[in-house]
Design a protein around this ligand. Structure first.
Ligand SMILES: [Zn+2]
Ligand SMILES: [Zn+2]
Length: 344
């Protein structure tokens, strides 16, 4: 059958392409009609630069990894035809040492939607119809709004990040950088019981959203942080979600001795990394990448209304207007999350 797909061909070069797909009655697979998708930083990066790091777009690749859809054909007794499901975009090998150890986000052979890491690239979910593994289809209460459920993947990333910090209930949390990911960390930290959540960003608009999503207090980046630097720092746990060198420095200043910094912001390299404060304060600096079972947690939280991501939704476009949607999503001053509609 035919499907129309949102593809990237290189820097500033995207297109809507008609492709052939085959649903060959594989018992493990399900044919999905995509309903909606969220544009993520990596989609935007492929559009703007034609690559992420060393992974360059060598041939047209379908973008998108934040999608929900409707079951069209399946052999699974777990799924019903016509039912809406969230699509887990990660496909670990389940055989490498990390997969066998329950750390499938570190899979050595991970095939993640919309990634140019391999050649041929792994196509993403911004397409009308897609064949996925039945295991990637996660069901949820059918009355949950589409625009809410599309947040499952970025929320999963953020729940994983919060879990990296261990038990955060009753803790004082600092979040530096509250774009969509930082704001979802705010919301996840609140659900998981953080006592105080203090956020900073360069943009008042982002801080306002963070506030709506559960921040106790917000400060613009140029404001005075001296009170938080007292006694070697005030915060038990810090999330660095901007990737800026100045933010990394601030995080080290306000995190208390023996505290933890979770690094989720992907930035440039830090030229003068303040390694001495890391050592002297015995800070634990922990990376966080993608998610494991947290995808199911995210679907459950969104499906039951435990958390409302909608303050982050800035604009919605029909998929045919892909390029306009990407340009809009690139306007970080005014826009948080942009979604594409494939069908109602
Ligand atoms: Zn994403
Ligand atoms: Zn693996």
């Amino acid at each position: 059958m035919k499907t129309q797909s949102c593809v990237v061909k290189g820097a500033k070069n995207v297109d809507i392409m008609t492709q052939d797909i085959q649903y060959d009655d594989n018992p493990e697979q399900t044919l999905i009609q995509i309903i909606r998708g969220g544009i993520c930083g990596s989609d935007l990066h492929y559009y703007q630069h034609g690559k992420i790091g060393n992974y360059e777009i060598k041939h047209p690749m379908v973008l998108g990894h934040e999608v929900i859809g409707r079951v069209v054909k399946t052999h699974s007794s777990r799924l019903k035809i016509g039912q809406k499901v969230a699509i887990n975009p990660s496909k670990p090998c389940l055989q490498c040492k990390y997969c066998l150890n329950g750390e499938s986000n570190q899979c050595e052979n991970m095939r993640f939607f919309g990634s140019a890491m391999y050649d041929p690239h792994v196509d993403g979910g911004f397409t009308q119809f897609k064949v996925v593994d039945t295991a990637q289809c996660i069901d949820y209460p059918q009355d949950a709004p589409d625009e809410v459920m599309v947040f499952a993947e970025p929320l999963a990333v953020c729940i994983h990040a919060v879990k990296q910090a261990g038990d955060i209930s009753g803790k004082k949390v600092f979040i530096s950088g509250v774009g969509p990911i930082g704001c979802l960390v705010v919301a996840a930290a609140k659900v998981l019981g953080a006592k105080e959540i203090i956020c900073t960003d360069l943009s008042q608009r982002c801080l306002d959203i963070a506030h709506q999503m559960g921040a106790t207090k917000t400060l613009l980046a140029h404001e005075d942080f001296t009170e938080y630097a007292q006694h070697k720092g005030e915060f038990d746990i810090t999330f660095e979600a901007s990737g800026h060198p100045s933010s990394i420095e601030r995080c080290l200043t306000v995190t208390k001795a023996k505290g933890k910094i979770i690094q989720i912001g992907m930035g440039a390299n830090v030229p003068n990394f303040p390694i001495m404060s890391l050592i002297a304060k015995e800070i634990q600096w922990i990376g966080s990448f993608r998610f494991v079972e947290e995808f199911n947690t995210a679907v459950e939280w969104l499906g039951t209304g435990k958390l409302d991501p909608l303050p982050l939704l800035s604009a919605t476009f029909p998929y045919q207007e892909l390029e306009q949607a990407l340009i809009t999503a690139g306007n970080k001053n005014d826009i948080a999350k942009v979604q594409l509609i494939f069908t109602e």
